[in-house]
Design a protein around this ligand. Structure first.
Ligand code: ADP
Ligand code: ADP
Length: 224
């Protein structure tokens, strides 16, 4: 369902060309939970941006659900991203003036038609995250772990083809981190395809599969 074929992405810095990604290819079957690991500078963020349709390769192809998204212009890419990809970040990225429920419903603005049933889905997701009593709270009234659970509920609202998580436990204490990882496990157990980027080997070990990047190439793939 995720298919990356010989992806390259170069940056020109001064007179130099850096290959942030250099012939990266892999497939993630539907429902798999994959971790991307590797040292700083190995290309993880570049790959995550590519997977999230925030960036285009210089060469190679990226297919998501059989759609070749690597040829999309910016407008089509953002439309596709808003509907089909859920993001979870290290720093939560919740809007402080909106309630928990309003934050989870934010992706509704990308729907052209009726988003009525999304309200019910938002309630269900927040119940499941143990936040059913917090719907009207502001993010600032929650713990870090609770904020990240709100962010996960928001990322799942549109039933994305792909859930992308970028160091989702990086700002959390170990107890909250364990809760958030358990929640990601549950979401995966429900059939959600998940790709998580981390430099933390313990976090990566929670995934079914680890892809290790080094210098823009796949150094090791536990599924290979
Ligand atoms: P990681 O997320 O694993 O730390 P990155 O994808 O951020 O790795 O970076 C991979 C390589 O590409 C590094 O050498 C980095 O310096 C370079 N790079 C990333 N983004 C840019 C950019 N916007 N401009 C120039 N070089 C970049
Ligand atoms: P964090 O500290 O939580 O990782 P950052 O502010 O560093 O958050 O951003 C993380 C990533 O989010 C960056 O790689 C950036 O390219 C990406 N990003 C920026 N804008 C958007 C957006 N509108 N939707 C999804 N991802 C985005």
């Amino acid at each position: 369902m995720v298919r990356m074929e010989a992806i390259t992405r170069h940056y020109r810095v001064g007179g130099q060309t850096i290959a942030a990604l250099d012939g990266v290819g892999f497939e993630v079957p539907k429902g798999q939970f994959t971790a991307i690991v590797g040292p700083s500078g190995s290309g993880k963020s570049t790959l995550l941006n590519m997977l999230g349709c925030l960036d285009r390769p210089d060469s190679g192809r990226y297919l998501l659900d059989d759609v070749d998204v690597s040829t999309f212009d910016d407008e089509r890419a953002s439309d596709f991203r808003n509907r089909r990809i859920g993001f979870v970040f290290q720093s939560f990225h919740l809007l402080p003036r909106l309630s928990v429920l309003e934050n989870v419903l934010l992706p509704r603005r990308f729907l052209r038609g009726d988003g009525g049933s999304l309200e019910e889905r938002a309630h269900t997701l927040l119940e499941r995250m143990g936040l059913g009593q917090r719907l009207e709270h502001r993010p600032g009234q929650l713990s870090g772990g609770q904020m990240q659970r709100v962010a996960i509920a928001r990322a799942l609202l549109m039933q994305p083809a792909l859930l992308l998580a970028d160091e989702p436990t990086g700002n959390l204490d170990s107890k909250s981190a364990a809760d958030v990882l358990a929640l990601i496990d549950e979401v995966h157990a429900d059939g959600q395809t998940v790709v998580l980027v981390t430099h933390d080997a313990d976090v990566a070990a929670r995934a079914q599969r680890q892809i290790t990047l080094r210098d823009g190439r796949i150094e090791h793939d536990s599924a290979a």
